[in-house]
Design a binder for this molecule. Structure first.
Ligand code: ASP
Length: 584
């Protein structure tokens, strides 16, 4: 028996008991006549001690050789401590060791295994198994488990069945590139790893499963952005015989359940906002509504004066920054420079201070009098003491720029409280999105999303205006889930593919199986998927999803611990009928 208790178990109630513990040596303090060891396992830390007077000499000598992270087993007696440590649950006792068994030696770890470590990100990733021994990482993994269990419990109670779908499949278009796997037995052919189980879950609905879910890995070969993982986990769901309202209800319940169980937060009904409103009010389809600073459109009040920059702009739009009228010239210059950074891309910024005394002072006083500026204040909701920041230009770009500024200011003003949760549904997304580079439309959500009833006619005349039965669940400025009511009719699916630029042959080759299935009694159906990594990190009040993944990839998509991806040898290449032509 390796242990009678864990390192988190023992209390004063165990006084005088004989116990056996196993774990890692967190630290050794050799005081000459006494040796203290902190013994750690997943459950906690227990203080061991060796006493020169009562502990046999050979055991003392063994103890003196122990180093950090040695794996040991000890037998001993629980003793109530005279000086207690209120910081740990086992702090009232210690264990006087009578037997010591070294189960394994350990090299000196490359960083300290403490809550606050001296190890940088790279070294901790390389030795992730050591990082996992630290409380912050360990606790995050336990937290993730708890969220996943709550999800399973809730969905199972609601009648959802977890079904596994294959990983070796054919492309599912979710807007990224596929990771592919060469098939040894089918020369020159490749599987694709699923970007999501989208087509399979729809086929499960055709198969009559009615309510499906799966906590599932998805793979997307995207250009890496900060805090994206090439493989990530979805809570993937689909239901038959439902409309949008049914789906929103079920998953609003799930989200409320999680907020209640995990965070103890009760939220009534989630607000709903159309995509168009979200873009108009926040310049963003995943608005953070924990704070205001809603956009005020200023075309009417700021154009047709003498100021050419605004007159030429498609959109003039501003926000009121709370209590920022007192910003110094230096702070204001920094703001202007911030929006001019290439990542944001604004050409400049006009601002107006709404002074406490009710007067205005702007960078464009030459063109706008106090009444004009009072109109700006009205449109942006500015109060005395606020600063009105105004951008102008192409509508879409300007909205995106002002949204970036709004989020940055909120960060600086500490308006993004991680312990506050503000979910909302964004609905009525456009069906199609224009790719500026190619001039072609592609599906904003994915090609299986149905248009809103009665909008099909618009597909030919004004494709960009067609709205979809598509929705996102947004939490604190992050899209945590998204889905749609699907097309379940072969002809409509074929029409959709046509509009997306597929020839009938291409559509058949890629998605013939789905359109065939639609001919055998496909029920109306729809669903959504949550991003589990992101959901867990937001519930955990932290920024990066990496911190909640046991073995994440770094920002260049590499696993630096196992050193992947890696080259494969020539025999393996040959077996797969692959030839590499690397210009070395
Ligand atoms: N498959 C979609 C996604 O990965 C979710 C859905 O439409 O259910 O975003």
């Amino acid at each position: 028996m390796y242990r009678s208790h864990t390192c988190g178990d023992l209390r004063v109630a165990h006084n005088n008991q004989e116990v056996t513990l196993s774990g890692w040596v967190q630290g050794v303090r050799d005081k000459g006549f006494m040796i203290y060891i902190d013994l750690r396992d997943r459950y906690g830390i227990t203080q061991l001690y060796f006493d020169e007077e009562s502990t046999p000499k050979d055991i003392i000598e063994k103890a003196q050789k122990l180093g950090r992270e040695f794996v040991i087993q000890v037998k001993g007696t629980v003793v109530e401590r005279s000086s207690k440590n209120p910081k740990i649950p086992t702090g009232d006792i210690e264990v006087l060791v009578s037997e010591l068994n070294i189960l394994n030696n350990a090299m000196v770890p490359p960083f300290t295994i403490e809550d606050k470590t001296d190890g940088g990100e790279d070294i901790r990733m390389k030795y992730r198994y050591l990082d996992i021994r630290r409380n912050p990482v360990k606790n995050n993994l336990i937290f993730r488990h708890k969220v996943a269990m709550e999800v399973r419990k809730f969905l199972s109670d609601e009648g959802f069945i977890e079904v596994e779908t294959p990983y070796l499949i054919k492309s599912t278009p979710e807007g990224a590139r596929d990771f592919v796997v060469p098939s040894r037995m089918n020369e020159g052919q490749f599987y694709a790893l699923p970007q999501s189980p989208q087509t399979f879950k729809q086929l499960l609905m055709v198969g009559g499963m009615d309510k499906y879910f799966q906590i599932v890995k998805c793979f997307r070969d995207e250009d890496l952005r900060a805090d994206r993982q090439p493989e990530f986990t979805q809570i993937d769901c689909e239901m038959a015989f439902v409309d949008q309202e049914d789906i929103l209800n079920v998953f609003e319940h799930l989200t409320k359940h999680l907020l209640k169980e995990i965070k103890g937060v009760t939220i009534d009904n989630f607000p709903r906002m159309t995509y168009d409103d979200a873009m108009r009010k926040y310049g963003n389809d995943k608005p953070d509504i924990r704070f205001g600073m809603e956009f005020g459109e200023l075309n009417e009040v700021a154009q047709h004066k003498e100021f050419g920059v605004f007159n030429d702009a498609e959109l003039v739009v501003g926000i009121a920054v709370p209590s920022a009228a007192s910003y110094t010239r230096k702070e204001l210059d920094a703001l202007v420079n911030w929006v001019k950074r290439p990542q944001v891309g604004a050409k400049g910024m006009v601002y107006a201070k709404y002074n406490e005394d009710g007067t205005f002072k702007s960078t464009v006083d030459k063109f706008y009098d106090q009444d004009d500026l009072a109109n700006w204040a009205k449109a942006t909701g500015a109060k005395p003491g606020d600063l009105i920041c105004v951008l102008s230009g192409d509508a879409n770009k300007t909205r995106a720029q002002l949204s970036a500024l709004r989020m940055d200011l909120a960060e600086r003003l500490e308006l993004r409280n991680p312990n506050e949760f503000a979910p909302l549904w964004v609905i009525d997304f456009p069906l199609l999105e224009l790719d500026e580079e190619t001039g072609h439309y592609h599906a904003m959500h994915h090609p299986f999303t149905s248009p809103k009833p009665g909008q099909l006619e618009l597909l030919d005349s004004d494709p960009g205006a067609v709205k979809a039965n598509a929705y996102d669940l947004v939490l604190n400025g992050n899209e945590i889930g998204g889905g749609s009511i699907r097309i379940h009719n072969k002809d409509m699916q074929a029409t959709m593919f046509k509009h997306l630029g597929f020839t009938p042959e291409e559509a058949k080759a890629q998605f013939g199986f789905l359109m065939d299935a639609f001919q055998y009694g496909a029920p109306p159906h729809g669903g959504l998927a949550f991003g589990l990594d992101r959901l867990v990190s937001i519930l955990g009040g932290q920024e990066t999803i990496r911190d909640f993944i046991a073995f994440p990839k770094n920002n260049s998509g590499r696993d630096v611990m196992i050193d992947a991806p890696a080259f494969i040898d020539d025999d393996q290449l040959k077996e797969l009928s692959l030839k590499l032509d690397l210009k070395k």
